[in-house]
Design a protein. Sequence first.
Length: 155
Amino acid sequence: MSDSTPFAFTPEGGRLECSAFTKPFKTLAVVLVSSALVWGWRMWMDGQLEASWRSSGWLLAALLMMAYTEWHILKGKTSLDSSSLKQSWMWDKQVNLQDLAYAKLFRVRGLDWLIAPRLYVKTYGGKMAAFYAAGPLMLAEFKRLEIELQQKTAP
């Protein structure tokens, strides 16, 4: 039954933190970026790129963007405590738990080892965010948070 008190949630065991992405996904990111770097280097060395900034600059920009994304995949962390949900990423994300209006855990069953499940949330102010998590304890708390929020907001 819905009530006007703010949503309160405390993770079992206190504050949790885990990697946002799985090790196989991180490995895949490293392999893809490394392969792209080798491919770009070989094109340069084989003379397939013009020696001008205009033509090679686009390739360099793409490779730098890929490497920047890869860095954040490797370092991304998700944390949950009794006041907020946070994720470090290219731009850090944070939502206060008491502001949550909706939460839904999405996962590809059988592929959690590769594709990190994510918790989609929406606040009463309309802010939406997705938080990735690779840790089983965090995923259990995401599911519990989803259920408790549904119970609180049910008509």
